[in-house]
Design a protein around this ligand. Sequence first.
Ligand SMILES: Cc1cc2nc3c(=O)[nH]c(=O)nc-3n(C[C@H](O)[C@H](O)[C@H](O)COP(=O)(O)OP(=O)(O)OC[C@H]3O[C@@H](n4cnc5c(N)ncnc54)[C@H](O)[C@@H]3O)c2cc1C
Length: 298
Amino acid sequence: MSNVLARPGLPRFDYVRAGAAEEVVRLLQERGEAVRLFMGGTDLFVRMRDGVIRPQVVVDVKYLPGMREVVYDEQAGLTVGAAVTMNQIARHPAIVAHYPLLAEAANSVASYQLRNRATLGGNLCNASPAADTAPATLVLEGRIVLYGPNGEREVPVGEFFLGPGKTARQPDEFVVAVRYPVPPAGAAGRYLKLGRNKVGDLSIVGVAVFGFSDETAPSGYRFRIGLASVAPVPLRARAAEEVLANEPPGEATFALAAEKAMEEASPIDDVRASAAYRKAMVRALTLRGLRAVWEQLA
Ligand SMILES: Cc1cc2nc3c(=O)[nH]c(=O)nc-3n(C[C@H](O)[C@H](O)[C@H](O)COP(=O)(O)OP(=O)(O)OC[C@H]3O[C@@H](n4cnc5c(N)ncnc54)[C@H](O)[C@@H]3O)c2cc1C
């Protein structure tokens, strides 16, 4: 009988439900490329189905202690276990109260059903330039917590992304959590995502804007801008941030900063949009984000 499926389905693989972090490290060391880590599987299984990767062993790390926990402390900030799902983030009372930008970004990922599976750690480890939680994590200055042979280490998220699908994770490490510092008092943020439709699509452009008053800045305010889908890695628009720290807040400064953010983007043409359109949308969404954040700050 002919194969009526458009795709060949998942290839055969061994499933291991990890019981201890050391076991994961040992498997990564012993089996190397044959091992793939698994949390929600919404990226992993698509790539396996499409034949892009063919792991022999899929190691499920989401049941390890702490992986599905959210811990908030007024002094220490927020720790989100790597396997916490997007829907959990979008609804967690402490995240909604103290990190609403992260909740907004998580809620922008795909559809409700997918957000029940998709995890924060998986989104960042997949290292897609379009990862919706990346711009928010960049502007909130999150740190990726990795576990390896020597225990835990932290990497600032800005140093974590090295290229499409490439991160600073060593082959024998895995991500256990993301830590976010306490945001400055009175801070405000927005994540604006442009997709081809309202639900279920990767971004054409994603812009996170985060602002707070700061007496050390000549303008009295600092803004951080994170961009997705417009460069090989999600990035901060530093030149735009510089303008906003130095020039008085208002329409003229916001327009100049949006222009700078556009110049900092280096997108490609792909199936979702042209590079030229993406650049124009960086300017438009940055301006819109700055106005929205300023409305909350002023
Ligand atoms: C229909 C559809 C729509 C989508 N829409 C969006 C969207 O709008 N926005 C968006 O940002 N993404 C989107 N995605 C991508 C995906 O859903 C997200 O990136 C998701 O957050 C991945 O999380 P996961 O838990 O499913 O990761 P998994 O698929 O389990 O893992 C992702 C990658 O990380 C590795 N990995 C897993 N766990 C670890 C770990 N602990 N340490 C190190 N590496 C690890 C895996 O081996 C794999 O390479 C979409 C996907 C689909 C299928």
